[in-house]
Design a protein around this ligand. Structure first.
Ligand code: GLN
Length: 238
């Protein structure tokens, strides 16, 4: 089996090692004998229709500005993927642009895809540091956040989890990220997946289910190193 992974804007949107999420997805597939083909999408590229997993990382305000126009062009196709239960992970800057817009601290409004009903506006200070959340469905998740954006969840949206230590969506309402169908949006960099293998396997199993039309039980892997990395990261001070 070969899974097609769509990696959105790896040049403009790849902060704090977010590319490592694609590597973690690929490696955990290969350890199970599943091939992975990564399609890197840059502005102007066409997107094939047989996509099994979508990933997009974080970016500076300038990087988000650079992709704004192309993102509007591909938004209808991305929406269709998400509505058809294609699994998707977007981090921070692309999380913000999966919502309605991100208004920067200079007042520039960068228009998003509106795939999810959230809005983001830059706050007076950046929210920076290690973060631990209690996610809905995947237990404790650990990562790192660095964003000026304060995200408000609109009606019909569910958070990805609840903040244990850190700021999360806005440092106020204790929510972190957002989930819509198999699309998980989060502020957690790290990269996120290597230290949270359960989440990686969720995306892999949903990608296979999307491709074959059948639910799948993934072969167990030895996650002792991943769990150790997770445990150490959780003890790191904010
Ligand atoms: N530029 C956005 C912000 O500052 C996103 C940052 C990021 O992706 N880490 O909120």
């Amino acid at each position: 089996m070969k899974l097609n992974v769509l990696h959105l804007y790896p040049k403009e949107m790849n902060l704090y090692g977010d590319h490592g999420n694609v590597l973690a997805f690929k490696r955990r597939c290969e350890w199970r004998g599943i091939d992975v083909n990564v399609i890197e999408h840059e502005p102007g590229d066409k997107i094939p229709n047989n996509i099994d997993f979508i990933f997009g990382g974080g970016g500076q305000d300038s990087g988000q500005g650079k992709i704004e126009e192309d993102l509007q062009l591909i938004a209808p196709q991305l929406k269709k993927f998400i509505e058809n239960d294609v699994p998707c992970l977007v981090i921070c800057g692309l999380y913000q642009l999966f919502g309605k817009y991100f208004q920067t601290s200079e007042g520039q409004k960068i228009i998003g895809t509106s795939i999810i009903n959230v809005t983001t506006k830059a706050g007076p200070e950046r929210l920076i540091g290690n973060i631990v959340i209690n996610s809905y469905g995947f237990g404790e998740i650990v990562g790192y956040e660095n964003h000026s954006g304060l995200t408000s969840l609109g009606s019909g949206t569910k958070p990805f989890g609840e903040v244990i230590t850190g700021a999360g969506n806005n440092g106020e309402d204790k929510t972190e990220g957002c989930r819509y169908k198999n699309c998980i949006c989060t502020y957690l960099h790290g990269p996120l997946l290597p230290k949270n293998p359960k989440l990686t396997d969720f995306f892999i199993s949903k990608a296979i289910e999307h491709k074959t039309g059948e639910a799948v039980e993934l072969k167990e892997l030895d996650d002792s190193i991943e769990q150790k990395a997770h445990a150490v990261a959780v003890t790191r001070p904010r």
